[in-house]
Write a protein that binds this ligand. Structure first.
Ligand code: CP
Ligand code: NVA
Length: 305
């Protein structure tokens, strides 16, 4: 049984395979074709946090593939009515794949251990693998070959940054992080990255201007993620120098694009003038969530051609 909990679960060749299925399905979609590769398959969505993109892109994508989806709210009692082993084994009898958005990463790992169907991580406090795949797919559409190119991460060393680091390592991209001390990857994450993506060239700096210099893409995310609302004021102070604004983008090369997983807090980590500029590809990036997740579903459920 294959799961997608972090990008360590995929080889570089598997990522390329998912991209190639996604590319094919996207080009068909753009021509009005919706190939039903997964008729009768059922996907459950188990979400402990809010979501627009992840939920809607998975549900719409599964509909295009001829399958169906069940959004499981509070009333299934996830983590409350029964233990994870019973919950996972029962769910695995009933559906083909579960997408989970959980407050704690360990909950997704635990569910995958007990679930007899595939589990996809739809975001935890530690990882957001579907997001990073859509981001890399977007860069692949824009720049072709990714190996040797550089992505600049400006801001918090959070779930999205961790998944991008693994993703960059898998596709041969370099990553430069401009992140204040105290918000960088912890030692455990660095050790994990060294083991999982030994080829990753990761540079960490506290200088956003230096970080964007060689980058084909400048990426940022909110300074306080879901669950960190109580730290918002302190984080806004600590990250004040790390805003992606027109002045910072003026230090990037011509042709460098701006990425953000969204939702954005405009005026904090990014200004309107950057997110609404011609350099910004955030809407293409959000749309690609659906195309890439269709690739993931088709690949994971064994329906790829
Ligand atoms: N980028 C992302 O995962 O968005 P949602 O939180 O809306 O799903
Ligand atoms: N880092 C953000 C990403 C949202 C898609 C969060 O976890 O809230």
């Amino acid at each position: 049984m294959r799961h997608l909990i972090t990008l360590a679960d995929l080889t570089s060749a598997e990522i390329e395979r998912i991209f190639s299925i996604a590319e094919d399905l996207k080009s068909k979609f753009d021509r009005g074709l919706r190939e039903p590769l997964l008729p009768g398959r059922v996907m459950a969505l188990l979400f402990e946090k809010q979501s627009l993109r992840t939920r809607v892109s998975f549900e719409a994508g599964m509909a295009h593939l001829g399958g169906s989806s069940l959004f499981l709210g509070e009333d299934v009692g996830f983590g409350k009515r029964e233990n994870m082993r019973d919950f996972g084994r029962v769910l695995g009898e009933l559906v083909d794949v579960v997408v989970v958005r959980a407050k704690k990463h360990e909950v997704v790992v635990d569910l995958a251990e007990h679930c007899t169907c595939s589990v996809i991580n739809g975001l935890t406090d530690r990882a957001h693998p579907c997001q990073a795949l859509a981001d890399l797919f977007t860069l692949r559409e824009l720049f072709g070959k990714l190996a040797g190119r550089t992505l600049a991460w400006i801001g918090d060393g959070n779930n999205v940054a961790r998944s991008l680091a693994r993703g960059c390592g898998k596709v041969g991209m370099n990553m430069v992080m401009a992140t204040p001390k105290g918000y960088r990857f912890d030692d455990a994450t660095m050790t994990q990255l060294k083991r999982e993506v030994p080829g990753l060239q990761l540079t960490v700096t506290d200088d956003p201007v230096a970080a964007v210099g060689d980058a084909v893409a400048v990426y940022t995310d909110v300074w306080a993620s879901m669950g960190q609302e109580a730290e918002r004021e302190k984080r806004c102070r600590d990250f004040a120098r790390y805003q992606v604004n027109a002045e910072l983008m003026s230090h990037a090369q011509k042709g460098t694009v701006f990425l953000h997983c969204l939702p954005a807090r405009r005026g904090e980590e990014v200004t309107d003038e950057v997110i609404d500029s011609p350099q910004s590809v955030v809407i293409q990036e959000a749309g690609n969530r659906m195309h890439v997740q269709k690739g993931i579903l088709a690949w994971l459920l064994g329906a790829q051609k």
